[in-house]
Write a protein that binds this ligand. Sequence first.
Ligand SMILES: Cc1cc2nc3c(=O)[nH]c(=O)nc-3n(C[C@H](O)[C@H](O)[C@H](O)COP(=O)(O)O)c2cc1C
Ligand SMILES: [Fe+2]
Ligand SMILES: [Fe+2]
Length: 392
Amino acid sequence: MGLKKIKDNVFWAGAVDWNRRLFDSLIPIPDGTTYNAYLIYGKDKTILLDTVDPSMTHMLMDNLKEIKNIDFIISHHAEQDHSGSIPAVLEKYGNAKVVTSLKGKPMLIDHLHISDNRIVTVEDGAKLELGGKTLEFIYTPWVHWPETMVSYLHEDKILFTCDLFGSHLSTSGLYCKEEWKVSEAAKRYYAEVMMPFRTNIKKHLERLAKYNTEIIAPSHGPLYNNPEWILKSHAKWVSDDVSNKVIIPYVSMHGSTQLLVDHLTDALAAQGIQVEKFDLTVTDLGKLAIALVDTATMVIGSPTVLTGAHPIVISAAFLANALRPKLKFASIIGSFGWGGKMIEDIQKTIPNLKVQMLEPVLIKGKPDAQAYIAVERLAQEIATKHRELNIL
Ligand SMILES: Cc1cc2nc3c(=O)[nH]c(=O)nc-3n(C[C@H](O)[C@H](O)[C@H](O)COP(=O)(O)O)c2cc1C
Ligand SMILES: [Fe+2]
Ligand SMILES: [Fe+2]
């Protein structure tokens, strides 16, 4: 790939993973991803900011092949997709030290077995003088893990944010001119990685707004040379505002739950509410996560299977619970043959969702006229709740 110039003596030195399709063995990434490492030359010191996923160490080392000396490797985040190639860089540059946060040091030792004497720690607000370039470290705990920090290069007004503001999007250039593409990828990324830490991120955004930033350089996806819109998008996502939308993740084996879901969709649409349905047997879980970012209400649909909810529904409900979206209302609809605890099963899976539960609709077998009336009642109740929130 080679180095790509961002500013004088500031270069991108990362790797583009065009073909990766799954992250953390969980989340689909349809557009691949990048692991962005950066190289900064000061008059006195040369530093590398983060590294790349271990699967692409060879690409990073190829980018560094002409570089004779590296003084410091900045490790913003100990997760392996950024730290995984640090051992290879330390091996090549025998005098290099890793610079990380106080909490980062033991994590780098645990995860990568880096020796203690190759790591130096920096406090929040510390500055590293490189000679004509000054890098300031800003602690941002829980911008994925507890040790995470970002850094700001004063002279060039670049904010290096590691996972924050990232997107899983492969590009051949530094920037992506197709804003809609980055917009969807960044929202997917926020949903999957950052949403559980919404309240922390809200505080970090306020602090980071004080820096005069011209370029945001995250560790996944394209850089932003017009950072305003990505900052604005994040401010909206972390806010308490929800939209007039209902999402319906569901599974149906023989079509009865499907009939309920379809009827509910029509009834909600007739009330002026936007609906997104996700048949969980075929859906991209990333799309469900995106929808969870700002939706007001979720209705989960499931048949009864071996006395409980369908396992695929439980898995999606478990994920939604872990992502802690700002949903306000939830309900459950579904069908059974002879008995079971489908509703309780789902309710037990979502304790983190601080939602008001609306009366579920549970029917025996295929829905009849009465079942459809119950579904319409649920749609009406959701509309009333949305009106109370002033979003309908
Ligand atoms: C594998 C399997 C297991 C089932 N287990 C139960 C059960 O434990 N309790 C029950 O009431 N119904 C059970 N049923 C019946 C379904 O819940 C019932 O057919 C329901 O109407 C299916 O809804 P659907 O058409 O949306 O798939 C089971 C059905 C299947 C296929
Ligand atoms: Fe991470
Ligand atoms: Fe990452």
